[in-house]
Every structure is written in structure tokens, then in C-alpha cells.
Design a protein. Structure first.
Lengths: 481, 387
């Protein structure tokens, strides 16, 4: 159960004036106030929590965004920035007295420059939309969250999203050149540009991953990269989790940086196999998907080296894709992992802690024990190269006790991640979900410092309140679905 | 000079200076004292007493060291495990007249070498920091794992803040295996425009170019007197052979190509990394510009008579020229919407001009508030970044 701040009575009382004021700033079709059309905005990818906002605005230009923010600031109205609403941490969860500013209509690609290898896009362009736009020239935008068909670059910037290929290519922060930023006062300025590493304070780095706490982003300049000649995957299955962990260490220790190095445990292998029929080994305790890039000959050479390394760890089976199609088949199960788990259990919580990779056997062992203690099933799929875990905790949303247990289980996993030297979230963000665990990772002084930096941007705390930082003061409860 | 041997003692020193409203010059080994504006402080606080690698997990690609640890010591420890600092930070002792760069110093100045174009900056790889605020309070940001989005990322803000937002005391960063082999193609190009186009073609190829530099004055000693474009491949030996071969085909239309490998290739890239190819005269001022690569030929053309060295596909431009306000204004104008740093100049010029681009007014107001939070009495490196 998550607590949200009490709505401001003076704002609720002035609802008609506020809506009228907004109506003067944007075209009629850009303002949503009726309940039926507000409904899709009441939740995001963390659908256990729902809250109807006061209104939704869907601006088409930076000037409109600035005008709406300026107005909300003058009126003391809280603002919830929103992209596609795929946040898994409740980052885009509304408040009853808040205006949601959704950027999905700002979906134009403004510039593609292949000589200087960047693209300027509006915040509402989808992640895949960038790659699709530049693919004709052989280029791509590297960070590839599994939600890439839906999630938008503005949301990616604010969550500093990662993907399966970030072991080699980095996360969102490592692939940005600049943003157009709008403050809560409605001031517009550019941060960064089309060049690398401008001198001066790195505001772009601070804004990236700030979860809508500091301001809104309306345009993003991303680096685009030329794609490799080709890529191919292999899978290797092992009889125990520690052995698979040793294989991961040995691969990295050999000097090879695979573009992807994904790990699945037994429950996840079974769920994915039932769903995708990818030919996964059902007798394995752990399975790795390893992808390399280069020419056909280079792929062969790298896969042969990795095969030899894995062979030292008594694999139950190994399968090297012989073609791009076979490679896709290997990936098919992994890419469908969330959906596959969704078939076994309609409701699950996707956790997102990161651990030092050396702690893997210990942490997965503890998670298995906890799963028994809580009486809830869990499937693990994660980015092995960087230690970013995604335990999927299965529960029954119709049973409030089951949901309560799932949340407690999730919190215990995240505390464990911090205890072994890791962190609460590797890529999904703190949102409302992990907000109350922030004290596990940070001291009170460290949290106060982060809060004060938010205040330097947003003195009245109107931007995406109740996210990231533990609440101070009066609260009400939000309902679980 | 104060050289505390523990983070606690360093924090005490800052706390005392804060209480006394006494400005401090913050440095590691002092190798970058010549950059930007001279600091207005009677006393210097150095991190050179805070040394040592505190954690190194080669299989996790992670290393932590205290801020005053010499970069050379870290590079040596990594080399023993066949790994390296990804961003290839430069050794600017020839340019700045002082060496011994520390980890804290290269992070606080966010200086990256040629590999930046392909693999990211020094800042990109910082995973966690410990630092002391201007009131003596110790804080942490980030951690020791490769992926972490928990809370606001103050690591990025402090990296490149030149000691004005906090004193870094310990840094954890990502490292990678060093490549087995290096190959370099040197292209004799007719002019800078063709040179940048060649670099763009290389960086836009699927062959993983990890260095793309342009020497306007060429390499006379190697029989290449005109402008030379350099492209580097770092990989397993077979791949270097294959990729340099394919890259040669891509670059053939741009000019005559020669191949360097082994020690010769490595020393070429050291010259680019450390800007020794710039060949700055002792009396020259030096600027470092970052622009969109295709803008580089026009930037260079706008600075007749300057000595130049280009890296990062043309986007990083080192300029050496007359140490005058007029030359500085010309450099700033040429940089346009890109970025510039006054890297080295006589003190009079360093005091007279903006050493970095100004922030837009609305951002500057936020910036002032954030600076006041992290350094309430304004005692950390006052003046360094021009304010
Ligand atoms: C099935 C599934 C798979 C996923 N896989 C991954 C994955 O592999 N890796 C990963 O990192 N994430 C993943 N996610 C999480 C999610 O997709 C990312 O966090 C994504 O970046 C969110 O983008 P969005 O456009 O949906 O943003 P939203 O959910 O709408 O918003 C995200 C946050 O950013 C703020 N925000 C959005 N746009 C702006 C803006 N323009 N200006 C200011 N603030 C803004 C919002 O207030 C909110 O706090 C997954 C989610 C799902 C549902």
C-alpha cells in the first residue's frame, strides 16, 4: 500500500477556473477533463496503483508545455509529466489534484544527421521510432528497453533506461548529447547540444534519470551509431546457478565484451519455453544467452571462444545459432519473458535491483529461500554482465494479502541488493514503488541533499510529487487495484 | 598546503575553512593548475594524501580508488589484469607543465582521450563517488555496481565541476579489458574538410573505429607533410586485420593510406591523447573546443595562423595561438554553439576573459542555487570556473 500526499483543498475548490485557464493555453482537443477519457491516464506500468488526475493536457509544442507549466506554477497546481506511461515503478502515477502533461503528441523526428551521428527528436517519439527512422542508413539508437515499441525517449531520459545491449553500448545517459528543458516556471533552455562533453557543470547528467523531478524535456538530441555487420547469439545451460555465475566471470575475464549477456533461472526457463517454444533446456538450473557482433567470421571466432570457455563449466547443453533466424529463436523466449510469466500468473511484480555480479549465487539462493517463506513463486531473468536483477514475483491481485506479501517480498529483495553492495534500482527508477526504501540506500543527510537539489529546480515541489523521495508530512492512502 | 591522509581529516579541514569563510584551492597533484582561471585562495587543500586502490574486481569490471591515487598507479594495476581505463585520460604534463595526474583530478576535469568517441567519457564510467561538500559534510552518490538509477545522479554533476561543488575523496568506475591488438590507418587528405569527411565515413562504418583524429600539420617525420587523418581499430588480432582491411576499402576514395600497428600505432595515439601533436609554443595560449564534427573545418578556417589538432572525429579541437583577448574572442566566436575551455594562458588573460561558455540565464539561476547548496560559503576553488 503506497501513501500519497493529500490533495490541496484550495486547488480542488478552484477546479473550474483551473480547467478554464488551461483551456485558454492549448487547443480544445489537447485538454481532457471528462472521466471516461481521463481513465487511461490513472495508472502506468505499475498498474496495482491507480489515481485519477484532475485533467490531462496533451501539448504539441514546447511553447504549449511552457505555458501550461507556467500556469500551473502560478496556480500552485501539481504536475505529472508523462510519456507512454510504461514506468514499472509508478513514476507517472497521477495525484487527484494534479494535471498530467502527456507528450505523446510531440512525436516528430526533427533532424537526422549521419555525418555527425545524431538525431534530434521530440520527447514523444518512441524508442523504436528513432531506430526505425535511421535504420535505412544502417544506423540505430543503442539503448533498447524491452518496452521499446511503446516507451518514449522523454521517458527514457527521465528514467535513464537501459536495455539488453547496454553492457557494450551503455544506458540512456551515455547516448545523449542534449535536451530542450522547460522549468516549472515555464523557462525554456537548451542543455548540451550536438557536441560531446561541453565544458561546465553537467546538467544533462543530473537531469537524466531525474524521474520528472526537475523539469520537463521536450526535445532530445541522441547519438546514433552505425550498426555492426551482424550479430548472433548462443545459449549455454548449466546445472547450478553458481556454476553459471562462474561462466559469466570467465567470459568477461577473457577479454570478450559480449553485446548481451542474459541470465534466466529454472522457473523463468520453464515459463518462457512454455510460451515461446524456443527449445530451451528444461533440465537446467540456469541458462545464459550470449550475443556477439561482427562479420560472420568474427561471430564464428567469438562464439567458438565463448563455447570453449563455457565447456570448462560442464554445461548441460549449448546451442550456437547458425543463422540470424536461429539467433532470433534463442532471443524469442527471453524477449517474451514478462509475457510468459504473465501467463503463469496474471499478476506479478517486476523487481529491478542491481548487485555486484560476484554476489549472484548468494543472492539468488536467498531469493529462493524467501520465495518459500512468503509462499510466492518467483522467476529470475536478468542482465548478467552488469548484475541488474529482474526477479518477477507472482501473486494474486484479487487477494489483498497476496499483494501485501508480494510487496514485502520485493522490498526484502531490494534490501538484500543494497546489503550486498548493490542498489535499489538499476533501470526502472524509484518512482512511488521504491520511494520508502530510499533510506536503506542513503543516509538522511544524503536524502536531504538530493531533496534540496530538487528544490533548487522546483521550490514549491509541484513537479511529480510523491515520487523518488520519502514523503514528509500529511498523507492519504491510494487504493490498490 | 594541506594534505590530509584520511577522508575524515580532509572533511575537518574543509569544515574549519567553511567556519572561517576561508577560500581553499582544491587539487590533487596540481597538474591542472594552469587550466581555466587561477583560484583566489591563500591556502591549498590537496587530495594527494588520500591514495590507494580500495576495491578491484576485474570480473565485475569495477575498480575504486581514493581520489589522490596517481592515474599511472591505477593504469598499472589494471594492466596487470589486462584491463584499462576506458576513456583513455590524457597525460597533459607536456602541455600544462606539471604531471602526476590523480584519479580525482581527471574525474573533476572530465578529461577523456581518443577512445571517448566510441566508448564514452571519463564521466560516463563513474559509478560512484564519495565527496566532501563545502561545509565539510561527507556524502556519497551512486555505488559500485554497473547499473544504478537510484536517486539523483550527483556523480555526473561533480565529474567536470573542477572541485567547485565538492572535494572528491573516492571514486568507483567501470573498466574494460584492453584490446589484444591495435591497428591504425593514416590517410593523407587534401584538406581538413576531406579529413573530417573521411573520419565520419570511418565512424559511420560498421567496423568499430575507436579513435578518429586529424593532424592538420601532418607527420613530417613519417613522410606525411600534409593533413593526415588517423583511424584506429582495437580488437582481437584477427579482427584488427580484418577490420583495418575493410576500413581501407571505405576510406580509399579519401586519400592515400598507410598502416601502423604495434608500438608505432600506440605512440601515435599517445600523441593525439596528450595533445603533443599540437606543437604549442611555450608562449601560446591553448583552447579546447567541442563542436559537431562537420562544423570543424569552418571553425579551423576562422582561426588562421592557429596551430590545430583534431580528435573525436573532428569534434574535439585543440587550438594553440596568440595569448590575447582578440584571439580568445575569435576562438569563442568560432566555437559558435559548441563549447570551449581556456586550457592554458598567462594569468592576465585567464582573469580577463570567460574561460568557459556562460549558462543560459534561467539555468544560471538554478546553477547558483545548486552551488550554494553544495558550497554555502563559496570556499571551494573560488573563481576557478569563472565565478
Ligand atoms: C514490459 C515492459 C518492459 C520494460 N523493459 C524495460 C527495460 O528493459 N529497461 C528499462 O530501463 N525499462 C524498462 N521498462 C520500464 C519503462 O518502459 C521505462 O522506464 C521507460 O523509459 C518509460 O518510458 P515512458 O515513455 O513510458 O515514460 P513514463 O512511464 O510515461 O514516465 C516515466 C517517468 O518519466 C517522467 N517523464 C516522462 N516523460 C517526461 C518528460 N518529457 N519530461 C519530464 N518527465 C517525463 C514521468 O513523470 C515518469 O516519472 C519496461 C516496462 C514495461 C512495461
Amino acid at each position: 500500500m503506497i501513501r500519497l500526499p493529500a490533495p490541496k483543498p484550495e486547488v480542488l475548490a478552484r477546479r473550474p477556473e483551473i480547467l478554464a485557464g488551461l483551456a485558454r493555453l492549448v487547443p480544445a482537443d489537447a485538454l481532457i477533463t471528462e472521466e471516461l477519457r481521463l481513465r487511461p491516464y490513472e495508472t502506468d506500468g505499475l498498474s496495482a496503483y491507480r489515481q485519477m488526475p484532475m485533467a490531462v493536457v496533451l501539448p504539441r509544442t514546447t511553447a504549449e508545455v511552457a505555458a501550461v507549466l507556467r500556469f500551473c506554477h502560478q496556480q500552485g497546481v501539481r504536475v505529472i509529466p508523462r510519456g507512454a506511461g510504461t514506468s514499472l515503478s509508478g513514476g507517472a502515477l497521477p495525484l487527484a489534484d494534479a494535471v498530467v502533461i502527456g507528450l505523446m503528441r510531440m512525436n516528430r523526428i526533427l533532424e537526422m544527421n549521419f555525418e555527425d551521428r545524431f538525431a534530434v527528436v521530440e520527447a514523444g517519439v518512441t524508442n523504436i521510432g528513432i531506430t526505425q527512422a535511421v535504420a535505412g542508413e544502417g544506423f540505430f539508437y543503442a539503448p533498447d528497453p524491452s518496452s521499446q515499441l511503446a516507451c518514449m525517449i522523454g521517458g527514457n531520459v527521465m528514467m535513464n533506461s537501459g536495455g539488453a545491449h547496454c553492457l557494450k553500448y551503455g544506458v540512456t545517459a551515455n547516448n545523449l548529447l542534449g535536451v530542450k528543458f522547460v522549468t516549472i516556471e515555464g523557462e525554456i533552455f537548451e542543455v548540451g547540444g550536438t557536441h560531446l562533453d561541453g565544458a561546465g557543470y553537467d546538467w544533462l547528467g543530473l537531469i537524466t534519470g531525474s524521474e520528472g523531478q526537475l523539469g520537463m524535456v521536450t526535445e532530445v538530441t541522441v547519438r546514433i551509431l552505425r550498426g555492426p555487420e551482424g550479430a548472433r547469439a548462443m545459449l549455454a545451460a548449466f546445472s547450478s546457478i553458481p556454476v553459471a555465475g562462474q561462466a559469466v566471470d570467465a567470459i568477461i575475464g577473457s577479454g570478450i565484451i559480449p553485446v548481451a549477456l542474459e541470465f534466466m533461472d529454472r522457473p523463468c526457463i520453464h515459463a518462457c519455453e512454455a510460451f515461446a517454444h524456443a527449445g530451451y533446456p528444461l533440465d537446467a538450473e540456469a541458462m545464459l544467452i550470449i550475443e556477439v557482433e561482427g562479420s560472420e567470421a568474427e561471430q564464428d571466432a567469438l562464439l567458438a571462444r565463448i563455447r570453449d570457455i563455457c565447456a570448462r563449466f560442464d554445461p548441460i547443453s549449448m546451442k550456437v545459432a547458425e543463422s540470424a533466424e536461429q539467433s532470433l529463436a534463442i532471443w524469442k523466449g527471453r524477449k517474451g519473458a514478462f509475457g510468459a510469466v504473465g501467463r503463469i500468473s496474471p499478476d506479478y511484480l517486476c523487481m529491478d535491483g542491481t548487485i555486484p555480479t560476484g554476489e549472484l549465487p548468494r543472492v539468488l539462493g536467498r531469493i529462493t529461500e524467501m520465495s518459500e517463506e512468503y509462499g510466492l513463486k518467483v522467476a529470475n531473468v536478468f542482465h548478467a554482465g552488469d548484475g541488474n536483477l529482474h526477479p518477477l514475483i507472482m501473486f494474486d491481485a484479487n487477494d489483498p494479502e497476496s499483494f501485501r506479501k508480494a510487496e514485502a517480498f520485493g522490498a526484502d529483495i531490494l534490501k538484500l541488493c543494497v546489503e550486498v553492495g548493490g542498489c535499489l534500482t538499476g533501470e526502472h527508477g524509484v518512482g512511488v514503488e521504491k520511494r520508502d526504501l530510499m533510506h536503506v540506500q542513503f543516509t538522511a543527510d544524503e536524502l536531504a541533499l538530493q531533496r534540496s537539489i530538487k528544490s533548487a529546480f522546483d521550490p514549491d515541489w509541484l513537479l511529480n510529487p510523491a515520487k523518488v523521495f520519502p514523503l514528509l508530512g500529511e498523507t492519504v492512502l491510494a487504493g490498490a487495484a | 598546503m594541506m594534505t590530509p591522509g584520511t577522508e575524515q581529516a580532509l572533511a575537518e579541514a574543509v569544515r574549519a575553512a567553511h567556519a572561517a569563510r576561508e577560500p581553499l584551492a582544491i587539487e590533487g597533484a596540481g597538474s591542472k593548475r594552469a587550466m581555466l582561471r587561477p583560484v583566489q585562495a591563500a591556502r591549498t587543500l590537496s587530495t594527494r594524501g588520500l591514495t590507494g586502490i580500495t576495491l578491484y574486481k576485474p570480473a565485475e569490471l569495477v575498480i575504486s580508488a581514493r581520489a589522490g591515487t596517481p592515474v599511472a598507479e591505477i593504469e598499472a594495476a589494471l594492466a596487470e589484469q589486462g584491463q584499462q581505463i576506458i576513456a583513455e585520460p590524457p597525460d597533459l604534463s607536456a602541455l600544462l607543465g606539471a604531471g602526476g595526474a590523480t584519479l580525482g583530478g581527471v574525474v573533476a576535469t572530465n578529461l577523456s582521450g581518443p577512445r571517448r568517441i566510441a566508448w564514452g567519457s571519463m564521466r560516463d564510467h563513474v559509478l560512484g563517488i564519495r565527496a566532501v561538500k563545502g561545509d565539510g559534510e561527507i556524502f556519497r552518490s551512486g555505488g559500485r555496481v554497473l547499473k544504478n538509477v537510484t536517486g539523483l545522479d550527483l556523480c555526473k554533476l561533480l565529474a567536470g565541476s573542477h572541485g567547485t561543488l565538492g572535494v572528491l575523496t573516492e571514486i568507483t568506475f567501470k573498466v574494460l579489458p584492453a584490446a589484444e591488438a591495435t591497428g591504425t590507418l593514416a590517410l593523407a587528405v587534401p584538406d581538413l574538410g576531406a579529413g573530417v569527411r573521411a573520419l565520419s565515413a570511418g565512424l559511420g562504418s560498421p567496423f568499430g573505429v575507436s579513435g578518429a583524429a586529424l593532424l592538420p600539420m601532418g607527420m613530417a617525420a613519417m613522410g606525411l607533410p600534409g593533413p593526415v587523418a588517423l583511424l584506429r581499430i582495437e580488437d582481437f588480432s584477427e579482427s584488427v586485420t580484418y577490420r583495418t582491411g575493410r576500413l581501407r576499402e571505405v576510406l580509399a576514395p579519401f586519400g592515400e593510406i598507410s598502416l601502423f600497428d604495434g608500438q608505432a600505432a600506440r605512440s601515435l595515439w599517445r600523441g593525439v591523447r596528450d595533445a603533443t601533436f599540437l606543437d604549442a609554443a611555450p608562449e601560446d595560449a591553448v583552447w579546447r573546443l567541442s563542436v559537431a564534427p562537420s562544423a570543424a573545418p569552418a571553425v579551423c578556417a576562422a582561426l588562421p595562423g592557429a596551430k590545430l589538432l583534431l580528435d573525436w572525429g573532428g569534434g574535439l579541437i585543440w587550438v594553440a595561438g596568440e595569448a590575447s583577448e582578440a584571439m580568445h574572442q575569435a576562438v569563442v566566436a568560432a566555437a559558435g554553439t559548441g563549447s570551449f575551455t581556456l586550457f592554458r594562458a598567462p594569468d592576465a588573460l585567464r582573469h580577463a576573459v570567460a574561460v568557459l561558455p556562460p549558462e543560459p540565464p534561467a539555468l544560471a539561476a538554478i546553477s547558483t542555487r545548486v552551488k550554494a547548496l553544495l558550497d554555502p560559503a563559496g570556499i571551494l576553488n573560488p573563481g576557478r570556473m569563472g565565478r
